[in-house]
Design a protein around this ligand. Structure first.
Ligand SMILES: [Zn+2]
Length: 147
């Protein structure tokens, strides 16, 4: 099974952002190394959620893409790249919504990239994280384990 190594400190960082953004969705970038079924998360970046319905949608501030790319370029020796995206579900489980699937499919069609999509759930004050990736056909999500 595809596995993302998620250091505790980065897990904690996303939870802090998610709690601070509550009741709105938090969102941002997953930065790290690896590929082909085994990744290591090296940094998470929070981005401004510009969506007008932030309680159950998110739209990453377009300016943040360039900043995330610049961060990777600055740490070129570590071979960092944008592995994918994370966002929070303030009121629902860490499973992708139909909107999440639509967005991922759109990125797959545009860039032929199967990004990682990590979701932080705060539902019922229970914190739960899950990571997803489109299958090879790009049609549906399959789970990525934490290692
Ligand atoms: Zn979502």
């Amino acid at each position: 099974m595809a596995t993302l190594h998620l250091p505790d400190a980065l897990r904690a960082e996303m939870l802090v952002y998610a709690r601070e953004s509550y009741p709105d969705e938090a969102c941002g970038f997953l930065i790290g190394t690896g590929g082909d079924g085994a990744w290591t998360l090296a940094a998470v970046r929070a981005a401004r959620n510009l969506h007008p319905s932030r309680e159950d949608r998110f739209a990453i501030d377009p300016n943040e893409y360039a900043k995330a790319e610049a961060y990777c370029a600055k740490h070129k020796k570590k071979q960092l790249r944008i592995l994918g995206f994370w966002h929070s579900h303030p009121q629902s489980p860490p499973t992708p919504s139909s909107i999440d699937l639509e967005w991922a499919r759109g990125l797959f069609e545009s860039f032929q990239e199967r990004y990682l999509y990590l979701i932080v759930s705060l539902q019922d004050s229970q914190e739960a994280l899950a990571c997803w990736r489109l299958d090879a056909s790009g049609a549906r999500f399959e789970p990525v384990a934490f290692g």
